[in-house]
Write a protein of this length. Structure first.
Length: 149
């Protein structure tokens, strides 16, 4: 028996019962995808600041002054926190599968923001990624997820 409200508790025999972690809602996934996409776009932005420089001391000096690099680093730090929050609530296998959506959001955002081209092959790949995630979806949600420990 699981304690009400998803909290740990005890059953009738006095044994401790650990409640499963709460499921990951769509808002948390949307935040993760937005952060992952933003971070990759910031890397692209930063790369345009560095494209005329050879890799070396001057390259690093420009990188360290780049607002794009700061945005990318901040994006990774915040995304790391969101990722850990997701992993507290679902299995790594399920969570990692969902990160495949970044391969959809980044090219689409790059198309909109940087006017990058998406070929028919890229479009087909994006469709296959979405199809694969749908096919791998678990109708039971995160019920089978058990934290390690």
């Amino acid at each position: 028996m699981i304690a009400a409200g998803g909290q740990n508790g005890t059953d009738r025999t006095g044994e401790t019962v650990v409640a499963p972690p709460p499921s990951v809602g769509w808002r948390l996934w949307a935040l993760f995808l937005a952060l992952a996409t933003f971070t990759q776009l910031a890397f692209k932005w930063g790369g345009t600041d560095l494209e005329k420089l050879d890799f070396g001391a001057e390259w690093f000096a420009v990188l360290l002054r780049s607002p794009a690099a700061g945005c990318a680093i901040l994006g990774y730090i915040v995304m790391f926190g969101v990722w850990l929050h997701i992993l507290q609530r679902t299995s790594l296998a399920r969570a990692f599968m969902m990160t495949g959506l970044v391969y959809v959001t980044v090219p689409l955002a790059a198309w909109v923001i940087f006017s990058e081209k998406i070929s028919i092959y890229h479009g087909a790949g994006i469709a296959l990624i979405i199809s694969g995630i749908v096919l791998m979806g678990d109708p039971g949600g995160d019920q089978g997820s058990k934290p390690h420990g």
